[in-house]
Design a protein around this ligand. Structure first.
Ligand SMILES: Cc1cc2nc3c(=O)[nH]c(=O)nc-3n(C[C@H](O)[C@H](O)[C@H](O)COP(=O)(O)OP(=O)(O)OC[C@H]3O[C@@H](n4cnc5c(N)ncnc54)[C@H](O)[C@@H]3O)c2cc1C
Length: 342
């Protein structure tokens, strides 16, 4: 992937990146996820959640050191925001960075971190008492470990990890100087979600292609199942939704290139495209009958992967609330924590 220039593809050529536009970078994500969501996840994390924050919030020294290595795939990165008790509400994170001498000491646990175990550098977000800050925690730092989470039935081709930080010393030169609040990690997630919306179109297309081929070849009741209206209904539903989703992400890319893209539009697209892809995977598996549960067909693998994609980078429902707040003016993230009495 590094050889093809796929990492941080929209970043400037002076860092060894491809410097391409946003529609082209979206197409990269679409084609990677046509293969497998895990492959796209790897590229999303490396590009949007590691290279983007270093490029946007890092010092010149951090950019010069890390961006060429990450672009060439000579270094792998991960992004640690989520914690065991802080998922949809990252503001409730418990990881803390405390000043010590000229540097910092980090304590806390991050959970569900893509690439964690294989990463050379982790972008870790922590509270400081003066707001949230981002730190580059390097592999081998004392007190830092990244055990792999085993037993996943989804994104099996992706490494997912815990990040454990126990009195972990991090120099001030490894703090991202321009990241001064939770807005910074949220802006990174917005970049990644843009790629996820495109990627989901690839997964859906892969399922549609396979289901169409299967329906044309599978003989039942003396002819191909593609001749049944109920099967055609499913195939047409998929084609219709994929076409609309493709237009949606293409338009998103144009707005991103113009610099007018709003994060709520990205939420709407992530929500729609991943839901659409999940439905397509289920329909494709259905058309493929019993064969559809085999790993030699892609539908069930995509379906299982898309369960993670539906949840990560903001769950489907959380994005619904983001859009809901935007159109109504009422935020529905927090409601009463106890039932009212009487
Ligand atoms: C394979 C995988 C890879 C991941 N990679 C990374 C990574 O690299 N870095 C990282 O930082 N994180 C990563 N994550 C974490 C991911 O972003 C979180 O799982 C996600 O934010 C949801 O958090 P949660 O799992 O704690 O669910 P919760 O927040 O506990 O949500 C559980 C359910 O409650 C619902 N819910 C929550 N709040 C509300 C609300 N206000 N209103 C209505 N419903 C609500 C949700 O929609 C969901 O249905 C990854 C997750 C997975 C599965």
């Amino acid at each position: 992937m590094a050889g093809l220039g796929l990492f941080g593809a929209t970043l400037p050529e002076k860092y060894g990146c491809a410097g391409i536009d946003n529609v082209s970078s979206g197409l990269i994500m679409q084609e990677l996820e046509r293969g497998d969501s895990a492959l796209r996840s790897f590229a999303s994390v490396q590009s949007s959640l590691v290279m983007f924050p270093i490029f946007t919030y890092g010092s010149q020294e951090q950019k010069d050191r890390w961006l060429p290595l990450l672009a060439q795939g000579k270094a792998v990165g991960c992004f640690g925001l989520t914690e065991p008790d802080a998922g949809s509400d990252p503001g409730s994170m418990k990881t803390r960075a405390t000043r010590k001498g000229d540097g910092w000491v980090l304590n806390g646990t991050k959970m569900w971190i893509t690439n964690g175990t294989v990463a050379d550098v982790a972008v870790v977000w922590a509270g400081t008492g003066e707001g949230f800050r981002g730190f580059l925690v390097e592999k081998g730092t004392p007190g830092f470990s990244a055990p792999e989470i085993k037993g996943k039935l989804s994104l099996r081709a992706s490494v997912t990890s815990e990040l454990v930080l126990e009195d972990c010393p991090v120099p001030e030169s490894n703090r991202l100087p321009e990241a001064l609040s939770l807005r910074a990690p949220l802006s990174c997630l917005n970049q990644a979600r843009y790629g996820i919306a495109w990627g989901a179109v690839g997964a859906a297309s892969s399922c549609y292609d396979e289901a169409l081929r299967y329906a044309q070849q599978r003989i039942m009741f003396d002819g191909p199942i593609a001749r049944f209206q109920l099967v055609q209904d499913k195939l047409v539903w998929m084609l219709n939704e994929i076409t609309k989703a493709q237009l949606l992400v293409w338009r998103l890319g144009k707005l991103k290139d113009e610099g007018t893209l709003k994060h709520t539009q990205v939420s709407l697209a992530k929500m729609n495209c991943v839901w659409m892809a999940r439905e397509c995977a289920r329909m494709a598996r259905d058309i493929e009958g019993a064969n559809g549960i085999l790993d030699e067909y892609c539908a069930m693998r995509h379906m299982q992967n898309l369960e993670s994609v539906y949840t990560y980078e903001g769950t489907h429902d959380v994005h619904k609330l983001v859009v809901g707040a935007d159109i109504t003016g009422y935020e529905a993230f927090r409601t009463a924590t106890k039932p009212t009495e009487g």
